[in-house]
Design a protein around this ligand. Structure first.
Ligand code: ADP
Ligand code: ZN
Ligand code: ZN
Length: 735
């Protein structure tokens, strides 16, 4: 008799273990790991579905009490046994439950819903809508007002945008719909997300550096060596062409490729480069797709219908049977770190999947994460380099401007005199300009000049941001309130938003250069589906002279007519409470500077800062990655931060501050006890998270640093064990 270990698919119950079922004779041929089966569960013998993760011949308890499987679900997506092994690896290394790990590797398991897409549409004319809006505002019906306000600006909004981005519930929509104010329309939608005419492909021959990098990986693959490579190539050096070459090789061998790119860079432009080479055999995944659309892409991957899948983090779990290569572009991006349990990092998980599948991994970046570069130096990864830009363009020259000097000489504008002069010059030559506002860690908050009070969200411990039209908003939970004109603490009227946001910059540009056409890209202008791409393509088509934006604009776009990049406050991110603050600042500046001079014309970068002597500023201005690495790794060594040591972050969250405090204290004391005599390990905390309260949930942190990662995994297991029955949420994140 055979027995199947089954993880039951019941999401709401805490059933974090495999259940055993006997396999009836007639099913023995069909039941294997990864297959979806039906079984009866619990006392009521409820019929449930589940995944077989293992087959054994020895049951772990009384065979008389083991129920038989009822059947195999025909036509369901079978999880690759490789993915089951990966889930188990993730479970072991990142904690959380087995079900959660399994669900992470099978993001789509439900059958496709009808192919429909819902849109919310305004039925009132402008006057009536304004009247209704005023009424809702007076009655303090915030959600209704938010929806109506948004529909006044944009009369048709996708349903998911209303629920996810505007935070308006379906019951609010129902209410407005029964009042005859809005309508919810369902319509069909194309399932193949890549449905664009194939543009003629430029015929590109790899240059010498590119050829060398590609050949190294290919010859290793030919020799059956599957390793991890770090491709460090300056911005514009043609990394994407190397990826395409490698995928071409892999596909010619009948194998498949996964390409991870940050969601924000998953633009039409990028997708088309792959589409032009691999045509219909490429597909994409993104977070805006419906369940059904995602399901279709997994089905296509599973059935061998496609060779290449491009997408963010979760595309890593595409169910390819013969995986040949995983490519992670912009590997330093923070979006590769999952924020859900299991809190996996796509880079490590890719290496794990590739090891299971016998595939290669290529990590690409102009500014590799210190973690990866350190591994390359240690010989764990193979380093490949592209030092020159492809084609004729040269790296732009960067000039540092000290903002303190500007103020001293009486210039109170957000633009230094140098930047003003350069914008003027570029406009005269009909070249384009990008202005980058580094807002990481600092939004356009409202503070009092007399007493320093900062207006914060009552639900989250973060400052509210000022928006046009006199509204203060919370970017974490969507809370909003009207702008105040008196300080609630000291009564002073000197209160306002003094940090320039992108809107203010745009207004200033419009005043200073009234003839220039501007586009703005930030959180506000990119809420709607496709708005991000629409702005980029308008700029690429030279419909505007100046693009103003946050970090969103620095990600890998290629605008040949941009000759000037202005970095307005380069150092804002230097003071975020995070040991990677300098690394992030260096990456942002280097990437932003990389946008200039991508065509035949020479590029220039003006970098404005209050800290012109900081090494993250000087070395990014010099595009000196190596120099930065040396400085920064020295600091990490002294302070024993990753990548030199490993770090485990334990996050406690609870609606009760007392519970969060007590649980974190208890765990802290317990760990102290365990590591008492151990060397090369230390525990820090408990402390507040950088945002200590979100949506009324309190967050506390404990950090443990150790030179041996296995120590940390053991501590994680131990903390999971002692807090098994605690009713507080505990999550783990490595490094
Ligand atoms: P990266 O990904 O390193 O930033 P890209 O792959 O986007 O660089 O390449 C930058 C530009 O150079 C693109 O317009 C690309 O078409 C072009 N390019 C890349 N490799 C070559 C080559 N071997 N010959 C000519 N042009 C190239
Ligand atoms: Zn005040
Ligand atoms: Zn909030």
């Amino acid at each position: 008799m055979k027995y199947a270990k089954v993880i039951v698919d019941i999401s709401h119950e805490k059933l974090d273990r495999a259940f055993e079922y006997s396999v009836p004779d007639e099913l023995t041929d069909k039941v294997r790991p990864g297959v979806m089966v039906e079984a009866s569960f619990g006392k009521g013998n409820r019929k449930i579905k589940g995944y077989v993760i293992d087959i054994t011949e020895t049951p772990s308890f009384d065979p008389g009490k083991i129920k038989p499987l009822l059947g195999v679900c025909e036509g369901s997506v079978e999880i690759e046994s490789e993915l089951i092994r990966l889930a188990s690896w993730m479970h072991r290394n990142y904690g959380g439950t087995i079900i959660k790990a399994l669900k992470t590797v099978i993001p789509v398991k439900k059958t496709a819903k009808p192919k429909e897409k819902k849109t919310v549409s305004l039925l009132l004319d402008a006057d009536d809508a304004m009247t209704a809006l005023a009424l809702f505002e007076r009655k303090n019906n915030k959600a209704r007002a938010r929806l109506l306000g948004a529909l006044i600006k944009e009369p048709k909004i996708p349903y998911e945008v209303v629920t996810d981005k505007l935070n308006v519930s379906s019951s609010v929509m129902k209410a407005l719909s029964s009042l005859g104010m809005i309508e919810i329309i369902s319509g069909r939608v194309m399932r193949n997300p890549v449905n664009a005419p194939s543009a003629a492909r430029k015929n590109i021959t790899l240059n010498e550096e590119q050829r060398k990098a590609a050949d190294r990986v290919i010859s290793d693959m030919e020799n059956g060596k599957h390793e991890t490579y770090l491709l460090r190539g300056v911005t514009g050096s043609g990394k994407t062409e190397v990826y395409i070459e490698l995928i071409d090789y892999v596909v010619s061998k009948g194998k498949k490729a996964i390409v991870l790119i940050p969601e924000i860079a998953l633009t039409y432009q990028t997708v088309m480069r792959f589409y032009n080479r691999f045509g219909e055999r490429v597909s994409i995944l993104n977070s805006r797709m419906s369940q059904g659309e995602r399901y279709d892409q997994y089905e296509r991957a599973k059935s061998g219908d496609i060779d290449v899948i491009i997408g963010p983090r979760s595309a890593l779990f595409a169910p390819f049977e013969k995986l040949g290569i995983i490519i992670i572009d912009e590997e330093h991006e923070t979006s590769y770190q999952s924020e859900n349990v299991p809190r996996y990092h796509a880079r490590e998980t890719a290496v794990a999947r590739a090891r299971i599948a016998g595939a290669s991994v290529v990590l690409g970046s102009a500014t590799p994460s210190l973690d990866s570069y350190y591994r390359a130096k240690e010989g764990i990864y193979n380093l490949l380099e592209l030092k020159e830009r492809a084609g004729n363009s040269k790296l732009a020259q960067t000039e540092i401007v000290d903002l303190r000097e500007e103020l001293k000489s009486g210039n109170k504008s957000v633009f230094s005199r140098r930047l003003q002069a350069e914008i003027k010059r570029a406009l005269e030559k009909e070249e384009q300009v990008m202005l980058f506002l580094n807002r990481r860690g600092m939004a356009g908050f409202v503070s009092c000049r007399s007493c320093g009070h900062v207006v914060k969200c009552p639900h989250c411990d973060v400052s509210l941001s000022y928006h046009r039209g006199g509204i203060l908003k919370c970017h974490y939970c969507g809370y909003e309130e009207p702008m105040i004109n008196e300080c609630p603490k000291c009564g002073s009227r000197a209160i306002g938003s003094f940090k320039a946001g992108t809107q203010k910059i745009e207004e200033a540009v419009n005043r200073m250069f009234p003839k220039a056409k501007t586009l703005r890209m930030d959180y506000d202008t990119t809420r709607e589906k496709d708005s991000y791409e629409n702005i980029l393509s308008a700029f690429a088509n030279q419909e505007a002279d100046i693009l103003i934006g946050t970090q969103m604009i620095v990600k890998g776009h290629d605008f040949p007519n941009v000759t000037l990049v202005g970095i307005l406050a380069a150092d804002m991110s230097l003071f975020v409470p995070d040991f990677r603050a300098k690394e992030r600042t260096f990456q942002l500046i280097t990437q932003a500077a990389g946008r200039a001079g991508r065509g035949d014309k020479k590029g220039r970068v003006i970098l404005q800062t209050y800290h012109p002597e900081d090494y993250a500023v000087t070395l990014s201005a010099a595009q000196d990655y190596e120099g930065f690495y040396e400085e920064e790794i020295g600091y990490r060594k002294i302070l024993k931060y990753p990548p030199v040591w490993n770090m485990l972050k334990i996050l406690f969250s609870s609606p009760s501050k007392k519970d969060a405090d007590e649980a974190s204290m208890k765990v802290f004391a317990h760990i102290k006890g365990i590591i008492k005599d151990a060397k090369n390990i230390s525990v820090i905390g408990p402390s507040d998270d950088s945002v200590s309260k979100v949506n009324d949930i309190y967050k506390r942190l404990v950090y443990i640093k150790a030179d041996d990662i296995r120590m940390l995994v053991r501590i994680k297991d131990e903390v999971e064990r002692i807090s098994e029955n605690a009713d507080i949420n505990i999550q783990f994140q490595f490094n």
